[in-house]
Design a protein around this ligand. Sequence first.
Ligand SMILES: [Zn+2]
Length: 132
Amino acid sequence: MILNSQIWHEVITAAKASTANAPEWLRAVERGAAEIERVRYWSFADGVLTIISTTSGRTYRIDEHHTCAACENGHKACKHRASRRLVQRYYERLAQTPAPAPAPAPKSSDWREKAILVKRDGNALIVDGWAV
Ligand SMILES: [Zn+2]
C-alpha cells in the first residue's frame, strides 16, 4: 500500500521522464506502477520487492538479479524490475522527506481553558454546574 501518493506520483513521473527514450522501459514503468497500485500484497525490505502478481497470482521476490521470461534473463525490461526500482526510489524519497512538524507546544495561557470552571453563586460554590 502506498501511503504517500504525492511522492509515489513524483517517482513515477521521474521514472517516465528518464525512460522517455527507451519505449521498452517506459512501458515496463507504466505496467510496474499499475502492478504496485493494484496488487493485494507487496513489501520491500533489504532491496527485495516481494509481490503477489495480479496476473499469475504467483509470489515474486524481485532483487537486483531478477530474471524472468519477459526480461529474457535480464536482457530486456520487465515490469518486475521496474516495480522494484519504483518502490526503491519511493522509499528513498520518503526517507528524504522531513516528517511533519510536531504539534506546537501548548501556550502557557491554555491552562485557563483546561481548568475546571469554578464560580461562586451566592453562598454555594458551583463546580462544573454542580452546587457544592
Ligand atoms: Zn520480470
